[in-house]
Design a binder for this molecule. Structure first.
Ligand code: HEC
Ligand code: HEC
Ligand code: HEC
Length: 188
């Protein structure tokens, strides 16, 4: 069978364009995932989240090894499909929200905070804390104190997930909802 040169050329050009699209997307995903972008492109994130002393002084930002978790490390899943979807969905929602609300007023930002906190926790619960696990290998975690050792052994045995115990991790504290704790207790 003889494939015409035009068809062949179209195929090659198409394939190259697909590769280019993936690369550009990776670049955009990479850029929009940096703390510089998440924490500054949107004023509310900068004013209320990235510059919050609770965040700046958290263990995830102040380790002596210099290893730091940034916004996207915890909030954007890995993988081109999941990562891009999370970005597009979250990004569009954030832009709409920024346009409709005057988040420069702390009371406006804070009035929606509880709902956002619970949404992030629920998402981490539903994904079995996948973004945490990109850095932390559960079997390798060795808590210093007895209570931690006991709870970690329990977590491995019963399939309990990180966020069920480690909420209030890097942002201002907020009590967990009873429904969240009940779901977390059931395990994954
Ligand atoms: C180490 C993981 C981690 C990092 C790093 C992190 N977050 Fe979070 N974030 C969480 C968790 C967990 C929650 C759910 C609330 C809680 O339990 O603290 C949350 C909640 C939030 C919320 C909803 C609550 C609120 O205050 O409105 C926003 C918005 C948010 N994060 C944005 C950011 C931004 C922006 C950055 C970077 C400047 C960032 N996060 C860095 C883990 C993280
Ligand atoms: C970018 C990598 C990274 C990600 C993502 C990450 N961590 Fe960490 N985490 C670290 C580092 C680095 C430390 C501090 C050094 C250490 O003690 O290992 C740390 C410390 C901790 C600690 C002990 C200090 C504290 O604040 O209590 C807990 C608990 C923890 N992480 C849980 C989580 C959970 C839960 C998530 C997901 C919401 C998460 N981490 C996401 C890298 C990460
Ligand atoms: C059943 C509750 C529970 C679950 C689930 C759990 N942890 Fe913990 N974790 C603890 C407790 C309690 C400690 C000890 C805290 C202390 O001593 O201050 C601890 C300690 C840690 C530490 C600090 C270790 C050190 O240096 O002492 C890290 C890091 C950590 N957990 C990460 C995780 C990650 C990541 C997951 C999910 C893979 C997870 N934990 C799941 C309860 C839990």
């Amino acid at each position: 069978m003889k494939i015409s040169r035009t068809v062949l050329l179209a195929g090659v050009v198409g394939a190259l364009m697909a590769v280019a699209a993936v690369l550009v997307n990776e670049q955009i995903d990479g850029y929009t995932s940096t703390d510089a972008f998440c924490g500054t492109s949107c004023h509310s994130m900068q004013a209320h989240v990235a510059n919050d002393p609770v965040y700046l002084e958290s263990a995830h930002r102040t380790t002596s090894s210099g290893v730091r978790a940034g916004c996207a490390d915890c909030h954007i899943p890995h993988g081109i499909v999941a990562g891009t979807w999370a970005h597009v969905k979250g990004g569009v929602k954030d832009i709409i929200s920024e346009t409709l609300n005057d988040f420069s007023k702390p009371e406006v930002w804070n009035s929606g905070r509880a709902e956002r906190v619970h949404r992030v926790r629920d998402w981490l619960l539903e994904t079995d804390s996948a973004t945490c696990r990109n850095c932390h290998e559960e079997a390798a975690i060795k808590p210093e104190r007895k209570r931690g050792q006991r709870q970690h052994a329990d977590a491995l045995e019963r399939g309990l997930t990180c966020i069920g115990c480690h909420y209030n991790l890097v942002h201002a504290e907020l009590e967990a909802r009873p429904e969240f704790l009940e779901r977390a207790e059931k395990g994954i």
